[in-house]
Design a protein around this ligand. Sequence first.
Ligand code: G6P
Ligand code: MG
Length: 220
Amino acid sequence: NTSGFIFDLDGVIVDTAKYHYLAWKKLANELGFEFTHEQNELFKGVSRKKCLEILLDIGGINATQEQFDVWMVEKNEDYLRYIEEMDASEILPDVPKVLQFLKEHNVPVALGSASKNARPILEKVGLLHYFDSIVDGNNVTKAKPDPEVFLLAAEKLNVLPKNCIVFEDAVAGIQAANIANMVSIGIGDENVLSEADFNFNDFTEINLGFIQELAKLNGE
Ligand code: G6P
Ligand code: MG
């Protein structure tokens, strides 16, 4: 009856939202319209395909399937150029502290992300070894707020959903964790992530006693 910890990637472990934004903005500009930071909020936790659908909607653009696919590839190639430059300095503050603590206490840890680039990003920043299991955009068909990604992560960790703790920066991600009957921890603005069981601005606000408590609470 042990507990498992599940981490979202973008916006929780690394701040890749800014690179997604730059790549989408470039595409929008090429297509002749603006793409703002506010609009980028809607893209958090949302699959690449769904993001492009929303973007084209914003620009009032009708695309053929062929054009759509070309733009999907173009956006990802631009995004990958940013990712290429990433290193450990882009890990969000105190994330390694928490991962290290969980590893030392043999608590199972999984990634639960919508990104198809999750594995190379974790490799780039040197955090891949902390994860017992990776569930990402290559493994799931249903996007958050559907709980599929987290339920699959729980299954892979061999931990009951009710004993899982999820860290998320996206509203859809918190909803997915809640639907999965997991403990949801919002990382970011508590007014935005008001549905979360607990809220923190970032990991510097989370002390290891709390992590231990969560692990124990669910494990005993
Ligand atoms: C995460 C991000 C989204 C992104 C999605 C797909 O959920 O928060 O903004 O669209 O992953 O990422 P990918 O790397 O597969 O394009
Ligand atoms: Mg996220």
